[in-house]
Ligand binder design. Structure first.
Ligand SMILES: CC(C)(COP(=O)(O)OP(=O)(O)OC[C@H]1O[C@@H](n2cnc3c(N)ncnc32)[C@H](O)[C@@H]1OP(=O)(O)O)[C@@H](O)C(=O)NCCC(=O)NCCS
Length: 161
């Protein structure tokens, strides 16, 4: 029998656009999830300008996941998609990504792009499992993920809607 936790979907609110009051929790989850985390101010600016910022809370009001991206013409750029560490491996990442792909398809977008660290196996499995494909490498794109590590390549991934 699987030891994986039961998905929490009954305990989840609907995914919705972020509001100002969400930014502190998004900021904290971005710090916990990305070596190249955004500042609080940058997230606030993103909310106020031409970015998409969608949040997914539990029914208890805890931020479980969010999506940050930008549309340019008919292309979507996924900038950040994160699931809170205690909620990982329960299918939230794949559901949130599917939600974004579906929404962007309905909005008439044609292509989705993202960059992911070469060492980020979890994200690459998530996206390849959804039929994203690797379309290029950006050499030494990322700063070291921690002290003592070299700069890291980015894998550029693409999905056609
Ligand atoms: C990548 C991330 C969003 C995955 O979220 P998640 O909710 O744990 O993912 P899911 O439970 O929906 O898993 C979907 C698939 O992704 C892959 N995956 C997820 N975590 C994995 C891991 N630690 N190792 C290997 N594959 C993994 C698996 O293929 C998994 O399918 P499976 O459970 O049937 O094996 C999450 O680990 C995260 O927030 N990481 C930090 C931020 C980040 O790297 N974001 C992506 C770049 S924008």
């Amino acid at each position: 029998m699987s030891t994986r936790p039961v998905p929490l979907l009954d305990d989840m609110e609907n995914i919705r656009p972020a509001i100002h009051e969400d930014i502190q929790a998004v900021f904290e989850l971005n710090l916990a999830s990305f070596a190249e985390a955004w500042s609080h101010q940058a997230l606030m600016d993103a909310l106020e300008h031409d970015y998409d910022l969608d949040v997914w809370h539990t029914t208890h009001g805890k931020l479980a996941a969010y999506y940050l991206g930008q549309d340019v013409l008919d292309e979507v750029h996924i900038m950040q998609l994160a699931v809170a560490p205690t909620f990982r491996r329960q299918g939230l990442g794949i559901r949130l990504t599917r939600y974004i792909l579906d929404k962007k398809h309905r909005e008439g977008m044609r292509h989705v792009w993202l960059e992911v660290r070469a060492s980020n196996v979890a994200a690459q499995h998530l996206y390849t499992g959804l039929d994203f494909r690797i379309s290029g490498i950006r050499k030494n794109y990322y700063t070291p993920r921690s002290e003592g590590f070299p700069r890291e390549d980015a894998r550029v991934m693409r999905y056609d809607l």
